[in-house]
Design a protein around this ligand. Structure first.
Ligand code: C2E
Ligand code: CA
Ligand code: CA
Length: 707
């Protein structure tokens, strides 16, 4: 009769009393109990190990060993030795390994399998032996170097910045490093012995299973794939997993090693970059590239659905004035606000894009008639009816809209946008806040404009653009006191093209700056060849016209300085002509520019005087050297009496303000007489000469009556 059969003995005490280290594992290899010896050797507390996978105390490289033998299906409960004295190492809590012998016994209670593990620490045993091992130095060295390399491997794994895991054939984790734990926000204990299902993004569970299946079946040995994990805090972790498999001699998968790359930030950055690549940073609207893409799709949809589409180009009216008067911060604010107002009336099927600067594009789809394009334009413009308010600043902003409607036949994106642009140009010509629908006529005009600008560009380099000079006469003496430089373009087929036609075209592109510096350079070079007609009069000056863009160009002053140096004429001999409307549009800026010009000793002539919205107080503040009375007062077409009165008033005003008054466009001796009687100082006109080439101007000087 066995003693225990008759005596109820506390199993726990018995377990504790065993002279060896022992632990009790369940069928899944989870430690359910252990004695103090066992805990002591591993360096853990008893409670630390309860509930944890047994493999936590097995070195990484050993974790795949079949240390728990498969069930042999034997009957009732009882002990059965399965493995004896298996030489293994114990991975202690502090990371160091100690060699140990393991024995496993299987125990079956009520159909549940348990394993009892006995562990014999070999260091303790070795301490009491072992003379013969010391003799075999070679063997010790080998073992030591093996232990070393294992140690190194473990260190590399543990300390790797890259999340890494070892898993068994079923995908259960055998080992995870701290980078992996950190990536998924779970501790080693929570992971060992489990698979990744519970923290994989539900849609991606299949991906890992499929890959594991392929590896297990021997179809592939390694694979790289993307999947999403769920961090414990709920965040989605985008990962790139590289998995490879180690096989035994028969080709059976032993274990898997996966290294994982957290690409969440990378993806976010890439997404941000691709957003940036396709959106305007200021307004967040789509940019031209995205618009182009959508337009291509929209065009093919239109053909399929037999509908119409429209491209609207919206251009803010005089937006430059906002930037100039209130600064770029207010300008930017205004653009953002306008974008958001437009956005509010953009249909979900449509698209709004910032085309650049103060231009927006709107893509409308699914229209049934061309009129709908105009309705959309009206709806967009209506959003601008309320003023924009920034602190004390209250802005009213208008826009002009060009609409190009298409029915699927349109050849390409570029053409559509060009058509909308041409229509917009027409809208602008009609004034602020207008809408214009593209027509073939508009297209034709735009084309000739465009072609003309191209030709003008060539003409400038070919020498087909020249400066001519119209004499300026002192009315009292009849002497030439200067010349106005006027630009001429000799077109090879079309003959002389008047500057009234090509200057406004050039103003729409950078070409105006090239033309402008050409005019300055050429006119100053010409002036340097002119001689005085009379020792009392001094050298004749040259007046050069500045366009609005040139006048506001920040590079103007340095350009003038540079040309003064190379032409070597004295600055008093250069006078810049600016129209009254350009000079008075932004009086503060004009005063600044005038200030700098004054410092250079360069005078200003206020051109076309009387046609703008002259303000007398501004005129006094600007104090131009010359005011040029517009030809319409000298040669009035209608209401001659009124013009006459005005002419008289202007001349006397100029005289009272001590400005030199010049009358333009004098064609007849009668006009000359009248102006002379009014005390007008200077005159210009066909009565004396139209503008002539430089050589003729020189000849003219030689013949000029001495004053
Ligand atoms: P503007 O500055 O008012 O130039 C005077 C215009 O009146 C010139 O026309 C001149 O040829 C014309 N004119 C002069 N005397 C008479 C006359 O007695 N009767 C008539 N009917 N016309 C006369 P043009 O040369 O065709 O120039 C037209 C406009 O083109 C100029 O008006 C000016 O605004 C612009 N322009 C000409 N050259 C330049 C230039 O180099 N730069 C810039 N920015 N604009 C220029
Ligand atoms: Ca002029
Ligand atoms: Ca003029």
């Amino acid at each position: 009769m066995r003693y225990l059969e008759n005596h109820s003995i506390d199993v726990e005490n018995l377990f504790e009393a065993l002279p060896c280290s022992a632990a009790l594992l369940d069928a899944q290899g989870v430690i359910r109990d252990l004695n103090q010896h066992f805990a002591d050797i591993t360096g853990y507390l008893v409670d630390d190990l309860i509930g944890r996978d047994f493999r936590v105390i097995v070195p990484l490289q050993e974790r795949i060993s079949p240390f728990i033998a498969p069930s042999d299906g034997d009957g009732d409960f009882g002990f059965a030795h399965i493995v004896r004295d298996q030489e293994l190492a114990v991975l202690c809590r502090d990371g160091h390994e100690i060699p140990a012998d393991f024995s496993y016994s299987r125990l079956k209670i009520n159909d549940q399998s348990w394993t009892v593990v006995e562990m014999h620490d070999k260091v303790l045993q070795n301490g009491t032996k072992n003379a013969d091992e010391t003799i075999d130095n070679g063997a010790i060295d080998f073992e030591a170097s093996l232990a070393n390399s294992e140690q190194r491997f473990r260190l590399a794994f543990e300390k790797s910045m890259a999340p890494m895991v070892f898993s068994d054939r079923d995908g259960l984790f055998l080992a995870v490093n701290s980078a992996f734990c950190e990536m998924c926000g779970r501790s080693e204990e929570e992971l060992i012995g489990r698979d990744s299902k519970s923290f994989t993004y539900p849609e991606d569970i299949g991906i890992s299973e499929k890959v594991n299946g392929l590896i297990k079946s021997g179809e592939i040995d390694e694979h790289r794939y993307g999947k999403r994990f769920l961090h414990k805090n709920g965040r989605i972790v985008f990962a790139e997993v590289s998995i490879c498999c180690s096989r035994d001699a028969k080709g059976e998968a032993l274990y898997y090693v996966s290294s994982v790359r957290d690409v969440t930030e990378e993806r976010a950055l890439a997404a941000q970059l691709s957003f940036q690549a396709l959106h305007d940073p200021l307004t967040g609207l789509a940019n031209r590239a995205l618009f182009d893409d959508r337009l291509v799709q929209a065009r093919s949809r239109t053909i399929r659905e037999v509908k119409l589409g429209a491209v609207l180009l919206l251009d803010l009216d005089d937006f430059k004035g906002v930037n100039d008067s209130y600064g770029h911060l207010v300008g930017d604010q205004l653009l953002i606000e306008i974008a958001s107002r437009f956005k509010q009336v953009t249909r979900t099927s449509d698209m709004l894009c910032r085309f650049g600067g103060d231009e927006f594009l709107y893509l409308a789809e699914g229209l049934t008639s061309p009129d709908e394009g105009e309705l959309i334009a009206r709806r967009l413009l209506d959003t601008l009816s309320e003023p924009f308010i920034y602190g004390d600043i209250r802005l009213k902003q208008h826009a002009s809209v060009g609409v190009a409607v298409w029915d699927g036949e349109i050849p390409d994106n570029v053409q559509l946008v060009q058509d909308a642009d041409a229509a917009m140009y027409e809208a602008k010509r009609r004034g602020h806040g207008c809408i214009e629908i593209f027509t073939p006529k508009i297209g034709h005009e735009a084309f000739s404009r465009f072609a003309l600008v191209q030709e003008l560009r060539e003409a400038l380099t070919n020498g087909d653009v020249a400066m001519h000079y119209q004499p300026i006469i002192d009315l009292a003496s009849g002497t030439i006191v200067g010349f106005e430089a006027l630009m001429r373009w000799q077109h090879p087929e079309r003959g002389w093209i008047p500057p009234d036609v090509f200057i406004p075209l050039a103003e729409q592109s950078d070409l105006i700056f090239e033309l402008g510096s050409f005019a300055l350079r050429t006119a100053m070079a010409a002036a340097s060849t002119w001689k005085a007609t009379n020792p009392n009069v001094g050298l004749p000056y040259v007046t050069v016209n500045l366009s609005a863009h040139q006048f506001h160009d920040p590079g103007l002053i340095s350009l003038i300085r540079q040309e003064l140096e190379s032409s070597a004429i004295s600055p008093e001999r250069l006078i810049l002509e600016v129209t009254e409307s350009v000079a008075l549009a932004d009086i503060a800026e004009t005063l600044n520019i005038m200030d700098e010009l004054n410092r250079l000793k360069i005078g200003i002539a206020l051109d076309d005087f009387g046609t703008g919205y002259s303000s007398l107080s501004y005129l006094a503040a600007l104090n131009p050297k010359i005011i040029k009375i517009d030809q319409s007062f000298v040669r009035p077409k209608h209401d001659k009496k009124r013009s006459d009165t005005l002419l008289e008033a202007i001349v006397s005003l100029g005289n009272k303000l001590n400005m030199t008054v010049l009358a333009e466009g004098i064609e007849t001796p009668a006009q000359l007489d009248r102006l002379h009687n009014l005390d007008c100082d200077l005159g210009q006109g066909f009565l004396w000469s139209p503008a002539v080439p430089v050589q003729e101007a020189i000849d003219m000087l030689a013949q000029s009556p001495e004053g």
